[in-house]
Design a protein around this ligand. Structure first.
Ligand code: HEM
Length: 230
């Protein structure tokens, strides 16, 4: 009994860690989106030169990226983000294995009637996202931030999104992210103890809108760059 209690306790705190890391990643996604939307600001939105030499999206995006890399408080937040991503993935694997062991083969069947397809496939959506993050970070973060082999991040992103296959890969991954977020945000609040009916309803609606807006705005970035003459 004692052992069972310990197991339950650790699985509860794991769920809390997953919830907190997931909410932190969601917060990062909003900031990351705002920064990357600079990529698709039309040049006509820069009627005058401001910030010294910044006169178009190209300059503004590179100024923003330079700030991200050279402003130390941002670097600390970035390290917290990497830790959050790792904690989220490791806890997801452990919790999934524990659920499988404790519920056996009936697990998925029992859930089918009362849940959405994406809630039942959080593991698959999460795996697609993990694969995407590895490719994504190898493409941009590694080349620009770590190896420093690319100085013009705007050019690197635009070159990448001129390749049709990458645009398709990004759009599919971003849609997977959207479904993962709808259920993830809702279940994070439940894990953190919000069970009142009204609050749950509010969180459900918020999670849906948040995820839809984030997905659409992220997805239009590679699509616009692909079709825009740059
Ligand atoms: C069209 C969409 C996106 C574009 C153009 C984009 C662009 C970039 C670029 C240029 C970097 C390297 C520079 C930097 O660290 O900020 C980066 C880093 C990163 N991106 Fe994205 N990204 C997009 C979508 C996403 C999505 C959907 C996710 C997560 C699911 C994501 C997760 C990350 C992470 C974790 C990093 C490393 C952050 C850091 O070191 O501070 N990105 N992204």
């Amino acid at each position: 009994m004692q052992e069972k209690k310990g197991l339950f306790k650790s699985s509860v705190s794991r769920k809390n860690m997953m919830a907190i890391s997931g909410l932190f990643i969601s917060f990062f996604l909003v900031i990351h989106l705002l920064g990357n939307l600079i990529l698709i600001i039309p040049d006509s939105f820069f009627p005058i030169e401001f910030w010294g030499n910044v006169a178009n999206a190209h300059d503004m995006y590179n100024a923003y990226s330079h700030f991200l890399v050279h402003f130390w408080p941002v670097s600390i937040i970035a390290w917290i983000l990497y830790a959050a991503i790792i904690i989220h993935i490791v806890d997801a694997i452990i919790i999934t294995n524990q659920n499988r062991k404790s519920k056996g083969d009936n697990y998925v069947v029992a859930d089918k009637a009362s849940s959405t397809w994406y809630a039942r496939n959080m593991g698959i959506l999460g795996t697609i996202l993990a694969g995407f993050i590895v490719i994504h970070m190898a493409q941009f973060w590694l080349k620009y931030k770590v190896l420093e082999v690319e100085e013009d991040l705007y050019d690197l992103v635009v070159e990448t999104f001129k390749v049709g296959w990458f645009v398709i890969l990004y759009v599919i991954s971003i849609v997977a992210m959207g479904f993962h977020l709808i259920h993830g945000i809702k279940s994070a609040h439940t894990s953190l103890g919000l069970h009142q009916k009204r609050v749950v309803k509010f969180v459900e609606i918020f999670a849906l809108w948040f995820s839809v807006i984030l997905t659409l705005l992220y997805a239009i970035i590679p699509i616009i760059i692909y079709f825009k003459e740059i």
